[in-house]
Design a protein around this ligand. Sequence first.
Ligand SMILES: Cc1cc2nc3c(=O)[nH]c(=O)nc-3n(C[C@H](O)[C@H](O)[C@H](O)COP(=O)(O)O)c2cc1C
Length: 184
Amino acid sequence: MMIDLLRTRRSIRRFTARPLDRETIDLFAEALLRSPSSRGINPWEFIFATEKPMLEKLSHAKVCHAEFLAGAALAVVILGNEETSDVWIEDCSIAAIIVQLLATDLGLGSCWAQLRNRPHDATISAEAYVRQLLGIPEHLRVGMIIGVGYPGETKMPLPSGKLDFNKIHQDRYRPRTSVERAYS
Ligand SMILES: Cc1cc2nc3c(=O)[nH]c(=O)nc-3n(C[C@H](O)[C@H](O)[C@H](O)COP(=O)(O)O)c2cc1C
């Protein structure tokens, strides 16, 4: 059941050294190419990085919060063509979550590293750093990288009690009153 997958998915930032086999990597390729996109334009392209020195370099794409890429078995770099689609960000984000859900389904861990709108250092963006590192042409934007690997940490599912059902509105937007907030 899809809901079981959603219940167990967590961001995993520690991985074992076990590599992914070819068949598993091919499943990610197929899943990505089956991603829905606006008007079926498929404005994305993907780089699969598996070599340790490159994963290490990708982990330095931004000042912090990308370190986990160094320990991943696979980094899926998600690129979007902004010349062919005005909603490439949405399309790339869908592809990214498909990688994460497939990883969970396969018993793998994954985590998203945001690159768009993030600095590498005071002089260049994370996107520019990765563009140079991987030889990405100018017409493709670099959205995010999803690190995937065998989990080296265990995380509990988010308990149902922590879900904020106040964010769900029935039929029309209904702001909560201060009384409701006080008693929730
Ligand atoms: C758009 C987006 C950007 C994110 N960027 C990062 C990131 O750069 N580094 C990181 O470690 N986690 C990143 N995450 C993972 C979130 O921190 C994580 O999903 C959130 O804390 C909830 O935890 P969970 O995924 O375990 O439920 C990102 C997630 C999303 C959806």
